[in-house]
Design a protein around this ligand. Structure first.
Ligand code: NFS
Ligand code: SF4
Length: 656
């Protein structure tokens, strides 16, 4: 694990070239000094396989594995005869299946929890937002008038469970999409049934000797992805809001400076809000606080990371220590007494780093153990059993802290927690909550359009840099930015989730932000909350004046530093929903192939969105703005803007 000294000298890249996050730079430097390896350095040592990066290989059977040539993609075929288009579309389908499975399994847990709460089997949680419960129930045609909350909730649980289990029929939330978008899906034959069915069929169709026509495979890819976006992820968000509260704007601190040297520091990192919610109860327990004080601490400091961290940041203002590429680095502070993880995006490497700095690391979820790491199972019917024990262990470690503590100073205040409901209220005011004012500002050109910038950080690009540069370019060009996931944390660390950041926006967007008092960059929460963006898009269409389908809207999406299969699933459901979606880092399809042309061009001709790719943030911004302009022109909204340009050109011509 220690870095070989000789190699280190030759190979190591300066921390400033690997991340723009100053606290992560400081910790990366410290880790190297301490002889501890983290994934930034492993990414340099582990060259990406050029064939795999382009998805030009297949290991779906043992006549292979087969490798084609990404530089001459039609030069050969697999042993079974599979072409490059079959191979890469099957691979893509499996990435979408895995990513969708992650979100839908998470969502299914939320439905199970909801049902157990409603039926009284679990007493530690309760329905916090009955208003939202009624709204969602009514939307799905469940009667609410003069009925008991539990009866409504039970019906809702039954209805939402169909999202996962139903064998035939359309997903309940499909009806939330604009009519024209639904029509596009029906025409393409991609309206999803239950997510379990779609994921199963995706796996079946990508087995050796099954679907070997990329044009047919793409249908199942879109159907699977839609069962995530309008299914698993959306249900997860809605149930979490009902159980834990719908977020409202809240001021919160982000970055490693939220750790406190004189307190017991506990980090929760993962994706499901239930364990984190119980941890919040544990650290507020007077008995445990007293125990911490008896151990010499001033108190207990609970901090989040990654997506469940964002859920707690949005709902309760719980501080957040950083995004995906900072999870190992934060342990290098020596200040983290315990880290409890649940599911997704948890690097196995955390185990070694925790060991080096004496941090007590615990896995808590039956679906995600790590070899050699202590597992304390989190049981929903007795949640405090697990979370109290983690706190006790953290206190013990605090009492026996025997490594030097070095906490970076950086701490950034921002406003988070913009649910779709709140955007509605904020722009429309109390009496006329609606998206009409947003649409009006888009129509009159103050706001050029809306961009979703989301997704991971990835050690193959400079951490946070692509996110931050892209978003700055967008707002400078009057594009309102909505965010989720690790990207939201990147921008929060750069100080852009503040109303003051409006100063960096173009004149139109700036005017709107200043009038409403909102930041030009709105944080919507975790990755599953990308479903809030889908709902916001649907509401924009319904508010009128911006076309009939999501594909008509002047919007675009990006995941500039993505790394996970979940991101691929999200990208595909945005594309299938009508959004031009650009990814950075690398793209797992060979350029110049038929499948590439389908994904990057022809899907748009079918009324959907399309994929884009560039690792360069400025180029990415240009592509997104060009697309937004194209959509504005199609809606007849370019007139006002063009006139100004013509006038200036004319003036210049006269002056010359
Ligand atoms: Ni999304 Fe959240 Fe982060 Fe990427 Fe991972 S934490 S679900 S996958 S890395 S944004
Ligand atoms: Fe090779 Fe075909 Fe088997 Fe894939 S399915 S490993 S291309 S023989």
């Amino acid at each position: 694990m220690a870095i070989e000294k000789k190699e280190a000298k030759k190979e190591l890249i300066k921390p400033q070239d690997l991340t723009i996050c100053e606290s992560t730079q400081e910790m990366l430097a410290k880790a190297r000094k301490d002889g501890v390896e983290i994934s930034f350095d492993r990414a340099v040592a582990m060259k990406a396989c050029p064939i795999g990066a382009k998805s030009a290989c297949c290991k779906h059977c043992f006549m292979g594995p087969c490798r084609l040539n990404a530089n001459d993609p039609y030069g050969k075929v697999g042993v079974c005869g599979a072409t490059i288009d079959t191979i890469q579309s099957r691979n893509f389908g499996r990435m979408v299946a895995t990513g969708s499975a992650a979100h839908t399994d998470h969502g299914m847990e939320m439905v199970k929890l909801f049902r157990n709460v409603v039926e009284g089997r679990i007493k530690d949680y309760e329905i916090k937002d009955t208003e939202k419960l009624f709204e969602v129930a009514e939307e799905l045609g469940i009667a609410t008038k003069d009925r008991e909350v539990t009866a409504i909730a039970r019906d809702l649980a039954n209805e939402l469970e169909k999202t996962y289990t139903q064998v035939e029929g359309e997903l309940p939330f499909i009806k939330r999409a604009p009519k024209a978008t639904q029509e596009t899906w029906r025409k393409a034959g991609v309206v999803p049934r239950g997510a379990m069915r779609e994921i199963m069929e995706m796996m079946h169709r990508t087995h050796m000797g099954m679907d070997q026509d990329y044009e047919n495979i793409i249908k199942q890819i879109s159907r699977t992805a839609l069962s995530d976006g309008w299914g698993g992820s959306m249900v997860s968000t809605e149930i979490s809001d009902i159980l834990f509260g719908t977020p409202k704007p809240v001021q919160a601190e982000v970055n490693m400076g939220v750790l406190k040297e004189d307190q017991v520091n506990i980090i929760v990192h993962g994706h499901e809000p239930n364990m984190f919610d119980s941890m919040l109860a544990s650290v507020s327990d007077p008995k445990l606080i007293a125990a911490a004080k008896a151990a010499g601490a001033k108190g207990i400091n609970l901090v989040g990371m990654c997506c469940s961290g964002l859920e707690m940041l949005s709902r309760h203002g719980v501080p957040h220590a950083g995004n995906f590429m900072s999870t190992e680095a934060v342990l290098v502070t020596g200040a983290v007494d315990a880290m409890a993880v649940d599911v997704q995006c948890i690097k196995q490497g955390l185990g070694k780093v925790a060991e080096c700095y004496g941090t007590r690391l615990f896995t808590t979820n039956p679906r995600a153990h790590i070899e050699g790491v202590t597992h304390i199972e989190f049981e929903e019917d007795d949640p405090r059993d697990c979370t109290d024990l983690v706190v006790e262990m953290a206190i013990k470690r605090f009492a026996g802290r025997d490594v030097p503590v070095q906490i970076p100073k950086q701490k950034n205040i921002g406003v988070h927690g913009f649910s779709h409901e709140y955007i509605n209220y904020m722009l429309g005011g109390t009496f006329r909550g609606s998206y009409t004012p947003l649409n009006e500002n888009i129509i009159n050109g103050r706001i050029r359009g809306v961009a979703g910038v989301v997704g991971c950080t990835n050690p193959r690009v400079k951490q946070d840099w692509v996110h931050v540069e892209l978003v700055k370019e967008l707002i400078k060009n009057d594009v309102l930015v909505v965010q989720t996931g690790c990207s939201q944390v990147s921008l929060a660390k750069a100080g852009l989730l503040t109303p003051e950041a409006a100063a960096l926006a173009g004149p139109g967007l700036r005017e709107v932000c200043e009038a409403v008092g909102m930041p030009p960059v709105l944080g919507l929460g975790a990755c599953v909350d990308n479903s809030r963006i889908l709902i916001a898009c649907s509401e924009m269409v319904k508010a009128g004046g911006l076309g009939e389908s999501i594909a008509d809207l002047p919007v675009a999406g990006a995941a500039p530093e993505y790394m996970s299969e979940k991101a691929i699933a999200i990208g595909q459901y945005f594309v299938a929903s009508g959004v031009y979606t650009i990814f950075g880092v690398t793209f797992p399809i060979v350029e110049g192939t038929k499948f590439h042309e389908l994904m990057f061009k022809r899907l748009e001709e079918q009324g959907m969105g399309k994929w884009g790719f560039t690792p360069d943030p400025y180029e990415m911004a240009r592509l997104m703005i060009d697309h937004i302009n194209k959509k504005r022109a199609a809606l007849g909204l370019d007139k006002g803007r063009e006139r100004v340009l013509v006038d200036m050109a004319a003036r210049r011509a006269v002056e010359a």
